[in-house]
Design a protein around this ligand. Structure first.
Ligand code: GTP
Ligand code: ZN
Length: 361
C-alpha cells in the first residue's frame, strides 16, 4: 500500500511542470539532469539552471536538419548553448517562426557521442506536453537531491518508453444524446489513468457487437470541425461520417483528442503560419521538429475493444489507420472511402497528404 505516485503519474506531473516553465529532474542510465522546455523557459530560470553547469539544448533531428546542424543520432541533437546566450537565442533555435527572417542562427555546435538518453527524454516530454519539441538540460550529480531541495518533480527512468502515455482508458460515463443524424445517439467518455487527454466515442443506434461495425476514427480539428476552416477536410468528413452512420442506423465514431495530428493546437497554428510562408503540411511539421504524424492510433483500438467491438468497416482514406487497427486486434473487414469537403483551399493540402503520407484520394 502506498500513496506515492507511480512513474506514469509523475510523468503527467512533469508534463504540467514543463508547460508552466518549471524544470523537472530526470535520472536515467547512470546520468542525471534538470530538464526544462525550451518554449516556456524564462530568463530567471535559465540563470538558475546556468548556475548549476553548462546548458544544452536538445532538439529533434528534423529541427536540426532545418538549422543545418549535425544531429549525430537518429533520435536527438544536442546543441551547446553559448554562455552568453539568453532565452531569446534558445527560443529562436526551437521555434521556426523566425527562420526565414533570420536564417543564420549558428554556427551551432552539437555534441557527438556520450549519453543522449536524458536529452531524448526531454524532447519526448516536451512533445507529450504539446510544446515545441525542444528541451534545455543541465547535468547534475544527484537528481533526487536537487529535486528535493527545489521541490521539483523527479523522474527516475528505467526505460524511455515509460514517458509515453499509453495507459489503459476507463469508461467514465455514457449518456443518450439525440443527434441530427439519429435520435439514437449515445456519447461515451473515456479517461486514461495516466493523466492524459480524454477521448470520446459516439455510438449511433445499437450496433451488434458480433458484426463488423461502421466506424470512424476522427482526430480533433478545432479549426475544421468547429470553425468551418477551409484549409482541411475535417469538418465535412466528420459530418459525412455521422450522416452515413445515421443512414445505416448504426455506427461508432471515435472523437480522439489528437489535435493537429497529435501536436496540439498551438503547434498546429505554428505549422499553419509556416504554410503561409510556402511550406506544405509535411514540411511545416518537420521544420517544427515533428514527424508528419505524431498520433498514437492504439487509443482507437483500445476504445473499440472496451466497447465490445472486434471488427469494423472503417471510414478512412488513411492506410496507416487501417494498419494500426489490424496490428492492435481490430479486424478491418472493409475500408470505406470518405471523401467530403474538397475545395480549392484544401486541394494542395490533400494532394500533399496523398503524395507524401500515402493517403488515398
Ligand atoms: N499538423 C497538422 N495537422 C493538421 C493539419 N491540417 C489538419 N490537421 C490535423 O489532422 C488531423 C486530421 O485527422 P483525420 O481526418 O482523422 O485523419 P487523416 O489522417 O486525414 O485520415 P482520414 O481522414 O481518416 O482519411 C486532425 O487532427 C487535424 O487537426 C496541418 O496542416 N498540420
Ligand atoms: Zn482539419
Amino acid at each position: 500500500m502506498t500513496l506515492l505516485p507511480d512513474l506514469s503519474e509523475l510523468a503527467a506531473r512533469a508534463r504540467a511542470d514543463l508547460r508552466m516553465g518549471l524544470p523537472v529532474a530526470i535520472s536515467f542510465a547512470g546520468q542525471a539532469a534538470l530538464v526544462a522546455a525550451a518554449e516556456t523557459l524564462d530568463d530567471t530560470r535559465l540563470s538558475a539552471l546556468r548556475a548549476l553547469g553548462p546548458v544544452m539544448l536538445a532538439i529533434t533531428p528534423r529541427r536540426a536538419d532545418t538549422l543545418k546542424a549535425r544531429a549525430y543520432s537518429d533520435h536527438v541533437a544536442r546543441v551547446r548553448v553559448p554562455g552568453d546566450a539568453g532565452v531569446e537565442w534558445i527560443h529562436n533555435v526551437a521555434d521556426p517562426a523566425g527562420d526565414l527572417a533570420m536564417p543564420m542562427k549558428g554556427p551551432l555546435t552539437t555534441e557527438r557521442g556520450g549519453d543522449e538518453g536524458i536529452a531524448r527524454a526531454g524532447v519526448m516530454l516536451a512533445k507529450a506536453a504539446h510544446l515545441l519539441p525542444a528541451a534545455v538540460l543541465v547535468a547534475v550529480d544527484d537528481a533526487g537531491a536537487v529535486a528535493a531541495e527545489n521541490r521539483l518533480t523527479w523522474l527516475s527512468l528505467d526505460k524511455l518508453d515509460d514517458l509515453v502515455p499509453t495507459g489503459p482508458l476507463d469508461e467514465v460515463v455514457a449518456a443518450r444524446v439525440p443527434l441530427a443524424v439519429s435520435e439514437a445517439g449515445r456519447v461515451h467518455v473515456f479517461r486514461p489513468r495516466d493523466g492524459g487527454e480524454e477521448h470520446y466515442a459516439v455510438e449511433i443506434g445499437k450496433p451488434e457487437r458480433s458484426k463488423p461495425v461502421l466506424a470512424r476514427l476522427h482526430s480533433a480539428c478545432f479549426t475544421g470541425d468547429l470553425m468551418g476552416s477551409l484549409k482541411c477536410d475535417c469538418g465535412p468528413q466528420l459530418r459525412a461520417a455521422l450522416a452515413a452512420m445515421g443512414e445505416a442506423g448504426a455506427g461508432v465514431l471515435l472523437y480522439l483528442n489528437q489535435e493537429g495530428r497529435g501536436i496540439g493546437l498551438a503547434n498546429k497554428m505554428r505549422a499553419y503560419s509556416l504554410q503561409d510562408q510556402g511550406f506544405d503540411t509535411v514540411e511545416a511539421n518537420h521544420r517544427l521538429g515533428f514527424e508528419d504524424d505524431e498520433r498514437d492510433f492504439r487509443i482507437g483500438s483500445q476504445i473499440l475493444s472496451a466497447l465490445g467491438f472486434s471488427s469494423v468497416r472503417l471510414m478512412t482514406n488513411n492506410p496507416a489507420k487501417v494498419a494500426m487497427m489490424q496490428a492492435n486486434g481490430i479486424e478491418v473487414v472493409e475500408r470505406v472511402p470518405l471523401k467530403a469537403g474538397h475545395s480549392t483551399h484544401n486541394a494542395a493540402y490533400l494532394a500533399t497528404k496523398a503524395k507524401k503520407s500515402g493517403h488515398l484520394l
